[in-house]
Design a protein around this ligand. Structure first.
Ligand code: AMP
Length: 217
């Protein structure tokens, strides 16, 4: 089973994708996390991606598509995966469809999480993330039990360097120009599940699970 989580930066894709992956026993693949890991390890891929991430623009397709397709073809993804942050434009979506079709596979559903721009800005500017396991927190909406420490693994929490007001604006603009057309792309093939992303984490998670169960996946 292959499920895509689609939505603007700050819509809650990471949090929800991680919870649903656990619930459905699927591997969670977040393209942004793959880039951040590469950057932390100082690999060539990470160095190439850094300048794009710093500016809040998309890393070129020649780099991104290869990285994600390689991850999806690893043995642990044989039974399927949840894709979070990929695809982010039509070229990536088409490359993904083609690669899966070559293995007689296809995307099953696309969970599109909808959140107002006002709420997105609030969420992104108060976001803190675990350096070790990438679990996201929010200073007011979902603070950790002990300030600065991850509830799940005890890792150190940090604010992403690209979560600045200027960068957030740029990422939202890139989303509406390059990524939003994917809503139509997947709606046309009847794969889109529209989810109201406003409200608490558990509330939104409940809506997603109910929608996926409704599809009898
Ligand atoms: P995210 O963690 O999903 O917000 O991604 C952080 C940054 O990584 C983005 O602003 C992009 O620069 C880059 N990135 C992540 N996923 C993609 C993708 N599918 N295509 C291009 N760039 C990406």
């Amino acid at each position: 089973m292959y499920i895509i989580f689609l939505g603007a930066p700050g819509a809650g894709k990471g949090t929800q994708a991680s919870d649903v992956a656990q619930e459905l026993n699927l591997i969670h693949i977040a393209s942004g996390d793959l880039f951040r890991q590469a950057l932390e390890q100082g690999t060539e891929l990470g160095i190439k991606a850094e300048s794009y991430m710093e500016r809040g623009v998309l890393v070129p397709d020649q780099i991104t598509i290869g990285m994600v397709l390689e991850r999806i073809s690893a043995p642990d993804c044989e039974g399927g995966a949840i894709l979070d942050g990929f695809p982010r434009n039509l070229e990536q979506a088409e490359a993904l469809d083609k690669a899966l079709a070559q293995q007689s596979k296809a995307i099953d559903k696309v969970v599109y999480i909808e959140v107002s721009e006002e709420e997105l800005l609030k969420r992104l500017s108060g976001r803190w993330i675990c350096r070790q396991c990438q679990t996201p927190y929010h200073i007011t909406n979902s603070p950790p039990k002990v300030w600065g420490k991850c509830d799940k693994c005890g890792g150190e929490l940090y604010q992403r360097p690209d979560d600045t007001v200027e960068n957030i604006r740029k990422r939202l603009e890139v989303y509406s120009v390059e990524t939003a057309p994917l809503i139509d792309y997947y709606a046309r093939v009847d794969k889109l599940l529209e989810i109201d992303g406003e409200g608490g984490v558990d509330e939104v998670g409940g809506r997603i699970i109910a929608a996926l169960h409704g599809e009898r996946l």
